[in-house]
Write a protein that binds this ligand. Sequence first.
Ligand code: FES
Length: 157
Amino acid sequence: MEATTTRLAELVRPFKGQTGATIPVLQAIQTNLGYLPPESFDVIEEELGIPATKAYGVATFYAQFRTTPVGKHLIKVCDGTACHVKGSETITTAIRDHLGLAEGADTTEDMVFTLEEVACLGCCSLAPVLMIGDVTYGNLNVEKTREVLDEYRRKEG
Ligand code: FES
């Protein structure tokens, strides 16, 4: 816990004295830690004088911010128009089933995968599409989706 606070302070400090720092500082924390740990908001208040309640309000207002930890691999399933028309819901269901995600959960218990639905990933001609890290997988069907997930599972040993 202490290590997290120290790391958070290091990430937050460069924003000292900047106006309109709330969103950039939250982005910096999330980029580095993958999510906004609960201590983030107190550290932001202590270091920058931005009330914790305000920073938390911003974090929960914008869909881009996460307040729960992410798994090692973040699976972004596109639910933009083109992907939706080509069956992205089926892909999402297949992923949830294959990973055994409990209802309402988006991260596997072993913290290997987190599932996130996003808007257009910018490669609609490949619909339906998902991304894991920087890698894009397109023209998906249920079988191909399972194969992609199994590939990552194998890498985890
Ligand atoms: S709608 Fe899915 S990539 Fe554009």
